[in-house]
Write a protein that binds this ligand. Structure first.
Ligand code: UD1
Length: 417
């Protein structure tokens, strides 16, 4: 298993290009199941999760070719409707195939994601939405088994805005009979990306990007191409990398308007962020000020940036309160940051971070994707060596993070064991 080894203390300087968004690529790939044909996706990130979705489409009968940053998908001969546990357990986002399979085949058999029950942290919104659209859904032997004649337009209301369930519903409703209205829809930029792609396939969708999305079902869709939007979470992670090292980094390929909440918080810490001709320039403060952060659905501060921001607050001047309102237990990075000398206490979904003057390098373990990023960020400023193990988590969502950071001057390398 690979490790990432960092010798802290280097100030980051230079230019970094932001890759395409994982969380836009995955639903867009799933949407290709909706209509037979050849699709070309460009600006796709080269990531393990993207390849896992490619394998999933392959199992469903598609031909998938990954090139450097493009993917060609041929869904002409997709006749399978079963998404097996072996793949779904590797990636929760596999649930995205539920809506497209139901819409195209009138049936879907999709494994429940690993580690999830029918109760809390479930995929209940996805299932209820399919039922609202007229599907009959049973749970059998760990699988969601859904059937319908043709999906029917309806009003779908989410208790809380769910990114994945909104996307699944948009895809399924695109070819339903009649009009679907999604109330309390998620508003993340990736929803807009899925909306744009579905429209280019012939779907009639209005209001994506707002909390009320209207989808007028059409009889059929056709293949189309998509250019994947930039990854706002990768961008935010590099912004924090600049801030935590007091560096000066120009991010290219980023969409500033997608990163507003993170930019605002970083400015409060003392970072100077300016829009330049070639991209977004982030100049880190000499010593970041502590600021409080509460995660919220977009356009609020993203839960996917909570761990990275906590790394910055670990070495900030003062104490900060970090609250995660999306995932109450998303704090697995805390004991690892504390191993590096941070002073963080968690009570339920609230972390109190008392800034320390310095961190000291240690062996730490990545526990999930964004936690891994937080540990690497902390390692950039920790004294001595930080060795982050289990980096397969980071490969799921960051393209060559160690190479990008090294190009900015970090002393970082991947060690194969
Ligand atoms: C997506 C992102 C993930 C991000 C999350 C929140 C992708 C592939 N992943 O995940 O990186 O952290 O949004 O911004 O886009 N919920 C339910 N029942 C459901 C679905 C969700 O109760 O059926 C709850 C969740 O537990 C959570 C909230 O709704 O509290 C939002 O989750 P959701 O937006 O669905 O997250 P994902 O789409 O899984």
């Amino acid at each position: 298993m690979d490790k990432i080894v960092i010798e802290g203390g280097e100030r980051l300087e230079g230019v970094v290009h932001v890759s395409g968004a994982k969380n836009a690529t995955l639903p867009v790939m799933a949407a290709t199941l909706l209509a037979p044909g050849v699709y070309q996706l460009t600006n796709a990130p080269s990531l393990v999760d993207v390849r896992t979705m490619g394998k999933m489409l392959g199992v469903l009968g598609a031909e998938v070719e990954h090139h450097d940053h493009s993917i060609t998908i041929n869904t002409a001969n997709c006749c399978t409707h079963e998404a097996p546990y072996e793949l779904v357990k590797q990636m929760r986002a596999s649930i995205f195939v539920l809506g497209p399979l139901l819409a195209r085949h009138g049936k879907a058999r999709v494994s429940l994601p690993g580690g999830c029950a029918w109760g809390p942290r479930p995929v209940d919104f996805h299932i209820r939405a399919m039922q609202d659209l007229g599907a009959r859904v049973e749970l059998e032997h760990g699988y969601i088994v859904a059937e319908c004649d043709r999906l029917r337009g309806n009003t779908v209301h989410f208790d809380t805005p769910s990114v994945g369930a909104t996307e699944n519903t948009m895809m399924a409703a695109s070819v339903a009979d009649g009009t679907t209205i999604i109330e309390n829809a998620a508003r993340e930029p990736e929803i807009g990306a899925v909306g744009d792609f579905l429209r280019s396939m012939g779907a009639v969708i209005e209001g994506d990007g707002t909390d009320r999305i209207t989808i007028h079902g059409v009889d059929e869709l056709h293949a189309a191409d998509a250019a994947i939007i930039p990854d706002r979470i990768e961008a935010g992670t590099f912004m924090v990398a600049a801030a935590i090292t007091g560096g000066d980094v120009l991010l290219t390929g980023v969409r500033k308007e997608h990163c507003s909440a993170v930019i605002m918080k970083l400015k409060e810490t003392g970072a100077v962020i300016t829009e330049e001709e070639l991209g977004l320039r982030v100049q880190g403060p000499v010593w970041a000020q502590a600021v409080n952060v509460t995660t919220a659905p977009y356009p609020g501060f993203p839960t996917d940036m909570q761990a990275q921001f906590m790394a910055l607050m670990s070495v900030a001047d003062g104490s900060s309160v970090i609250t995660d309102t999306i995932y109450a237990d998303r704090f697995a990075h805390v004991p690892e940051l504390n191993r590096l000398g941070a002073n963080i206490n968690v009570d339920r979904n609230v972390a109190v971070v008392t800034g320390v003057k310095s961190l000291s390098g240690a062996k730490v373990m990545a526990t999930d994707l964004r936690a891994s990023a937080a540990l690497i960020l902390a390692g950039l400023v920790a004294e001595g060596w930080t060795k982050v193990s289990r980096v397969y988590h980071i490969d799921r969502g960051y393209e060559s993070i160690e190479k990008k950071l090294a190009a900015l001057g970090a002393k970082i390398e991947r060690v194969r064991e």
